[in-house]
Ligand binder design. Structure first.
Ligand code: ADP
Length: 531
């Protein structure tokens, strides 16, 4: 047949080219660990990325080679992404909060050849350098002297044409943080990354256009900073980056730079609320806050919405690039009461075009979208994992490309998805399931409760019964009876924890989630007083 369209490989450098060409003057602001601030633009990022690509080639890097980073959020980290990807390499963002053993495992498994790191992580480099077997070059993002990032790119002229190739080439490697086992590598392709970025700009997802000013609190080392560095270039937004996550710094930056969009895990907002309560300050210009990574508690959603901010509740995982679902508003949103709106946002949203969801029971039978039947959540689509990096075990999906997320969820008739738990965290009492997430979120809605973890402990009759570990808010003397009274207003009687224990702190993973495996380990021989 005569006629057709241009064959145009979906490669990541096209995103930065677009940003530099169409939004060249839009700013990228960085607040560094030492308190200093710098400003560059999309044109500056593109120029420096080309220089870095030249420098990496000069070091002998070849397409497909891995360039690792250990860095917080700042403009040079963004340059490193586009520079490494632009020369055909694979950017590998390492999470500096992992344990030494995992840091060694990950860099060696990835066979990283270059490591670019923040000075703040010098102790990690000093400690692990001898155990990293493949890293040849070390560059310091904010260092001085010959190995500093600025010195490395200063020697290049930036006259560089991006490496071209098929869109199915890899461009980025992220390891899961290992909440439930050994870290596994997820290898994104140019194609998956570009399609995901396009999906992210739409109003139902991050709602980005060039008027947006985003301060992503989600770190660039966690699940590709939720894809924002790519979607942000496509939309030409202004980025405000902070290398520290202190609420005082964040709130001040948000106000001075008139930040409209923010994204992060729920703990970010717990800290911000404490700052707001203590000082009366608040972020004045925020329009859209995206919360994901773990379930956003109702009280948090309510408070942000009362400030006039749109809250997007997102669900996803490293394996899903990471956007799976987002809190898109329903057609009848304008007619809903405040409470009904909060109810809707408490669910994890709906899928954007591109991905599909289904829920199956333990036998693999697909469950109806009736808002009641719960089971394992599965997902498929062009930005969902097929196989883990260097995993000889084969595909991570079934014959029809469904990836089993390990999450337990319910699909509602209106298309919204609701996570009820992680398969491994569900508390099984007398053959029935109790959602640890529901108990925890309900508990943090009780005045005086700072954080809560629900786990199942052995019970001779019921198999498992829930107990709740609670960290009180500073100065609070909330009692177990008060918490039980609060819970009983919201959950079925048989869900109420058999015991409530007060603890000083709870263990967290490198990405700030409750480390349930450690908590369960601690309580594995625990005997309930009444059992
Ligand atoms: P890890 O699996 O190492 O924790 P991820 O950061 O990829 O790494 O975490 C993905 C998991 O986080 C999901 O499978 C889910 O259990 C949880 N999660 C993410 N977003 C939400 C959310 N909005 N509500 C509840 N759980 C969530």
């Amino acid at each position: 047949m005569l006629g057709g369209m241009q064959d145009f490989e979906l490669r990541v450098p096209r995103l930065i080219d677009h940003a530099a060409r169409e939004h060249w003057g839009r700013e990228i602001v960085s607040r560094w660990a030492d308190g200093s601030e710098t400003r560059t633009t999309w044109a500056g990022i593109a120029r420096d990325a080309k220089k870095l690509a030249q420098a990496l080639e000069r070091m002998g890097l070849k397409p497909g080679d891995r360039v690792a980073t250990l860095g917080m959020n700042h403009s040079r980290h963004l340059v490193a992404w586009y520079g490494a990807i632009g020369m055909g390499g694979v950017i590998h963002t390492i999470n500096p909060r992992l344990f030494d053993e995992q840091l060694v495992y990950i860099a060696n498994h990835a066979e990283d050849r270059v490591l670019i790191y923040d000075k703040a992580f010098q102790p990690i480099v000093d400690r692990l350098r001898d155990q990293w077997t493949s890293i040849e070059q070390y560059i310091v993002f904010d260092g001085d002297g010959a190995s500093s990032f600025e010195a490395v790119i200063a020697g290049e002229d930036g006259n560089y044409a991006w490496h071209e190739g098929p869109e199915r080439d890899p461009c980025m490697l992220c390891y899961t943080s290992g909440t439930t086992g050994n870290p596994k590598g997820v290898l994104y392709t140019h194609r998956s990354t570009v399609i995901h970025a396009l999906a992210e700009i739409q109003p139902a997802v991050f709602d980005l256009d060039t008027r947006a000013v985003a301060l992503p609190v989600v770190p660039m080392f966690h699940a590709a900073a939720w894809g924002l560095p790519f979607a942000g270039a496509a939309a030409g937004i202004k980025f405000v980056y902070s290398a520290v996550n202190d609420p005082v710094v964040l709130c001040d930056l948000m106000n001075r730079e008139k930040v409209t969009h923010s994204a992060g895990v729920p703990t970010v907002w717990l800290a911000m609320f404490q700052h707001m309560d203590a000082t009366g300050a608040k972020p004045e210009h925020l329009q859209l806050v995206t919360i994901g990574g773990s379930a956003a508690p109702r009280a948090m959603i309510e408070r942000l919405m009362k400030m006039g901010i749109r809250v997007n509740h997102a669900w996803g995982m490293t394996e899903t690039s990471p956007i799976g679902t987002m809190g898109a508003r329903s057609p009848d949103w304008d007619d809903l009461s405040f409470e009904q709106r909060v109810d809707q946002v408490c669910r994890q949203g709906r899928v954007p075009f591109g991905v599909e969801l289904r829920v199956v029971d333990d036998e693999g039978v697909v469950q109806p979208r009736d808002g009641v039947s719960s089971g394992r959540l599965q997902i498929r689509g062009p930005w969902i994992i097929e196989q883990y990096f260097q995993d000889a075990g084969g595909a991570a999906v079934d014959a029809d490309n469904w990836f089993d997320t390990g999450d337990v969820s319910v699909l509602h008739p209106d298309g919204t998805m609701q996570i009820t738990d992680r398969a491994k965290d569900v508390i099984k009492s007398g053959g029935e399931w109790i959602s640890s997430v529901d108990l925890e979120n309900c508990a943090v809605g009780c005045a005086g409760v700072g954080e809560a973890a629900a786990i199942g402990v052995y019970h001779p009759k019921w198999d498992e019964r829930p107990i709740l570990l609670v960290v009180r808010k500073p100065g609070s003397e909330v009692t177990a009876d008060e918490i039980q009274a609060h819970l009983s207003k919201h959950v079925a009687k048989w869900w109420l924890p058999d015991e409530i224990h007060f603890v000083e702190s709870l263990p967290h993973t490198a990405t700030g989630k409750l480390l349930k495996t450690a908590i369960r380990d601690q309580y594995k021989d625990f005997k309930l007083a009444a059992a």
